[in-house]
Ligand binder design. Structure first.
Ligand SMILES: Cc1ncc(COP(=O)(O)O)c(C=O)c1O
Length: 444
């Protein structure tokens, strides 16, 4: 550890403009991770830190999985890169096949991207392409939701319902309407799906459809559980009602499963946990256990068939793709990750551990500072009383927690808890004790 410490601190931190970070503050007191293994990270001062958010929800198998790094290394030695346009390599077809074994019935086609943000922009273009292929050129409006997070590319920002992510960037897509978010006061502290507001909130989609003309709505994008804004679990009946309205008016339903995919909700996808099948599904995090950048869009067969079958003979069907779509190393990592999920039955393991996680988190309700707790599967959120500047306490608490030995993702004044699916009960105890102590000791 000493050598790594020396090397890192000797470097200048100035040149790297860090994403979604307080650059100035960070560089005066950096938190650098120099090693990660299993449930833990090690910082540059030698401290051991429990990973309570699966890094950014994307390391459910735990860190440092040798099966994945060996698969990537072997792939790079054999075939480091294949141009993905009009050419292929076996790994992408094998991974797509594995993925479609996990998806809801009839969602049998996968398009690969390199991130969740790219998946969202790809899904937007697929929606346009599908309607165009059917000769329906009137559908140009998209519906999303307040507090939605769909990544940071222009398409995703256009669908975003988080003010900080939009306000600086005025040049977004037009024709986007937002439904109300699903954080309902009556559902405070309810575990799992709240009883209140589901159908009423979903009816926003019908109101928007009837305001603009149902035939102008191309698609409705929702995260089944809104993750980045702090685990807003859909109230009972909400997703079912969205599906009904979409079917009634010919609107495509897109589930952004970038966080909820791969066992976070107890099944492979939230679509299955909630029993509602979308038309398209975006995926990314947890696809490669964080070892390689990769995302994808999974679509109903009808969407693929319509776009592919209606293209003129001899032409490319969908004018979209990335230089690194289906990179061989990412596919190798994805295949190794799918293998771990299956071999270690991690989705079932997460489903079994969920009640323990939620019971433990709910015990924090007695803290004065805690104003709401939500949770489903292996994900939960704790809201704390904001200070004078919204979000400042959350930022401060995130740092204090880290130095106290716990990494958690924070959004504003909300902590998001999503441990790896390989966690043991003792890790949950450690997580909750550290959170309790840090919140309990906190003074501005
Ligand atoms: C629901 C959702 N969609 C999209 C994204 C964007 O993914 P990425 O950061 O890989 O671009 C995220 C990232 O947190 C997300 O939570």
């Amino acid at each position: 550890m000493a050598a790594a410490t020396l090397k890192v601190t000797a470097n200048s931190l100035e040149e790297h403009w860090m994403p979604f970070s307080q650059n100035k503050e960070f560089k005066t007191n950096p938190r650098l991770v120099v090693k990660s293994e299993g449930m833990y990270l090690w910082d540059h001062k030698g401290g051991k830190v429990l990973d309570g958010s699966s890094a950014l929800f994307n390391v459910p198998c735990g860190h440092g999985r040798a099966e994945i790094s060996e698969a990537v290394y072997n792939q790079l030695k054999l075939n480091d890169y294949t141009a993905p346009f009009q050419l292929g390599h076996p790994g992408s077809f094998a991974l797509a096949k594995q993925l479609t074994k996990l998806t809801p019935k009839g969602m049998g086609h996968v398009f690969f991207t390199n991130s969740g943000s790219e998946s969202i922009d790809t899904a937007i273009k697929m929606v346009y392409a599908y309607h165009a292929a059917r000769g329906d050129h009137k559908r140009h409006r998209f519906v999303s939701r307040e507090r939605a997070y769909h990544g940071v590319n222009i398409g995703g920002v256009s669908l975003s319902g988080m003010v900080r992510n939009r306000e600086t960037f005025p040049g977004v897509m037009p024709y986007v309407s937002l439904m109300r978010h699903t954080h309902v006061a009556d559902n405070k502290f309810s575990r799992g799906q709240g009883e209140h507001g589901g159908v009423d909130l979903a009816n926003d989609l019908e109101r928007i459809a009837l305001t603009y003309g149902a035939g102008t709505i191309a698609a409705c994008f929702v995260e089944p559980i809104a993750g980045s804004t702090g685990c807003l679990v859909p109230p009972k009946g909400y997703l079912e009602r969205l599906r009904e309205i979409c079917d009634k008016y010919g609107i495509l339903l897109v589930f952004d499963e970038v966080i909820t995919g791969f066992g976070r909700t107890g099944k492979a996808f939230a679509a299955q946990s909630f029993g509602v099948t979308p038309d398209l599904m975006t995926i990314a995090k947890a696809l490669t256990n964080g070892a390689q950048p990769m995302g994808g869009v999974i679509v109903k067969d009808e969407i693929y068939d319509t776009v592919v079958d209606t293209a003129p003979e001899g032409m490319i069907e969908f004018f979209h793709g990335y230089t690194y779509s289906a990179h061989p190393a990412a596919c190798a990592a994805g295949l190794a990750t799918m293998d771990i999920y299956e071999r270690e039955k991690l989705f079932e393991r997460g489903a079994r551990l969920s009640p323990y996680l939620l019971d433990s988190i709910w015990k924090l309700k007695d803290l004065d500072m805690v104003t709401d707790i939500r949770g489903y599967g292996m994900m939960a959120a704790v809201d704390i009383k904001p200070g004078k500047v919204p979000g400042a306490r959350g930022n401060e608490l995130q740092k204090r927690l880290f130095w106290n030995g716990l990494h958690l993702k924070w959004t504003g004044d909300t902590a998001i808890i999503a441990p790896p699916l390989v966690a043991e009960k003792a890790h949950i105890d450690e997580l909750v004790e550290t959170l309790r102590k840090t919140l309990g000791d906190f003074k501005d």
